[in-house]
Design a protein around this ligand. Structure first.
Ligand code: FAD
Length: 394
């Protein structure tokens, strides 16, 4: 019997019927960009630890930098369009999506939400146009899941703040023109966390690259070393004091990640279906074996449910009604399912599953970072556990 054409995941969820024309156009535009411009180079960029900086202007031209922010040269897309775009980018590579997440949600958003009018006018239009690349410095060598224990300090000295400390694992730090750095300002007995815009060229500001990552290799990750770096008083973000500043940025980024991970999962799923339909063992394509089909079906069910969850929360976000706990739910659920799908696909490709010739091992390795950053899987469990039981288990 001749096998039938496989049903696509989009057809399974009938997701197109739930999207507006504009949302579909944005998704399809980014899909084309990723297939034509990124995928032919994806394996090589990963192997060589290179980020394709030459593609940044094209990403900006699609309106993807600060995409869901209003005004200041930003596209003002709705949350669903933005999510769909991120899923397409991560179908290419989690590193590509990370760049866009960091620029929009972690570097532009704090300026847009907490910055002065002067700061917004000075930085946001140039960041939307990719004339300025930003990064977000919260994590430190000794302060990851517990950012409140950060050691970086800012001391007021005349008309400037002097910053000292080290930030670790900072996406885009090596290529950034500016960093939004979170530091504690000592005020008498207490200290409070404030956000600072630190421009490249500031004396005492360095961003050494972290080499040797086996995950997100196409994403430039670095440290931010602040050695008595002096920034003008006007560079403090005036609109927020305390941990809620960085945490509100993370909520934005986590929402995007919960969509992005679906793209990586879909890439693995499609690779597994295509491969198992072609690969013949024991006289038949392995896709005709029940144990293989079970894994394909489980992947499809997981991804489809993750898509519907992300879409539902996207609509809630557009209605201004989403909560950080719901974002945690979606991040944990969708990154978890993506990692499971990547591992299943890796197995289904057999030995070829470990080669960079296929996208699967690259996604599987990338997703290990996505599982850890923006709140580890455990941190999201604790956030949800607290919400669902009323007991704080941190
Ligand atoms: P730790 O916090 O030390 O955690 C170690 C383990 O302990 C984890 O399993 C964790 O879940 C668990 N754990 C911690 N606390 C608890 C608890 N209370 N109960 C149970 N288990 C617990 N940071 C930025 O600021 N900006 C960036 O741009 C950025 N980009 C990144 C890019 C990459 C590739 C990576 C890997 C990380 C990036 N990060 C960035 C940092 C990331 O957010 C942190 O790695 C993450 O928050 C975890 O911190 P940690 O690595 O110090 O792990």
């Amino acid at each position: 019997m001749t096998p039938q054409e496989p049903l696509s995941l989009d057809a399974l969820t009938a997701i197109d019927g739930l999207l507006t024309d504009e949302e579909r156009i944005i998704r399809d535009t980014v899909r084309r960009f990723v297939r034509e411009r990124y995928l032919p180079r994806a394996a090589e960029l990963f192997a060589k630890e290179q980020f394709p900086e030459d593609l940044i202007p094209e990403i900006a031209a699609m309106g993807l930098l600060g995409a869901s922010l209003q005004g200041y040269g930003c596209a003002g897309m709705n949350a669903v369009s933005y999510g769909l775009a991120l899923a397409e980018l991560e179908y290419g590579d989690s590193g590509l999506r990370s760049f866009v997440s960091v620029q929009g949600s972690l570097a532009m958003y704090p300026i847009w939400r907490f910055g002065s009018e002067e700061q917004k006018n000075k930085y946001l239009p140039k960041m939307a146009a990719a004339e300025l690349i930003g990064c977000f410095g919260l994590t430190e060598p000794d302060a990851g899941s517990d950012p409140g224990s950060m050691k970086t300090r800012a001391r007021l000295d005349g008309d400037s703040y002097v910053l000292t400390g080290t930030k670790m694992w900072i996406t885009s730090a090596p290529i950034c023109d500016l960093a939004v750095v979170w530091a504690k300002v000592d005020d008498g007995d207490a200290s409070s966390i404030r956000g600072f815009i630190v421009e490249r060229g500031t004396k005492g500001f360095e961003t050494p690259t972290i080499h040797g990552k086996m995950s997100l290799r196409a994403s430039p990750t670095g440290e931010i070393v602040l050695n008595e770096a002096r920034v003008p008083k006007e560079n403090v973000l005036p609109g927020v004091v305390g941990l809620k500043g960085p945490l509100s940025c993370l909520t934005q980024a986590r929402f995007g990640i919960s969509w992005g991970a679906l793209g990586a999962a879909r890439a693995c799923y499609e690779a597994a279906v295509a491969y198992t339909r072609e690969r013949v063992q024991f006289g038949k394509p392995v896709a005709a074996k029940q144990l293989v089909q079970e894994q394909i079906v489980e992947m499809a069910m997981d991804i489809a449910k993750g898509q519907i969850l992300a879409l539902h929360y996207g609509r809630l976000k557009d209605a201004g009604a989403i909560t950080p706990v719901q974002v945690s739910f979606c991040k944990k659920n969708n990154v978890g399912l993506a990692l499971r799908a990547a591992r299943k696909a890796r197995g289904l490709l057999g030995g070829n599953g470990i080669l960079l010739d296929y996208p699967v091992i690259r996604h599987a390795l990338n997703l290990e970072s996505v599982y850890t950053y923006e709140g580890t899987d455990e941190v999201h469990t604790l956030i949800l556990g607290n919400a669902l039981t009323g007991h704080n288990a941190f």
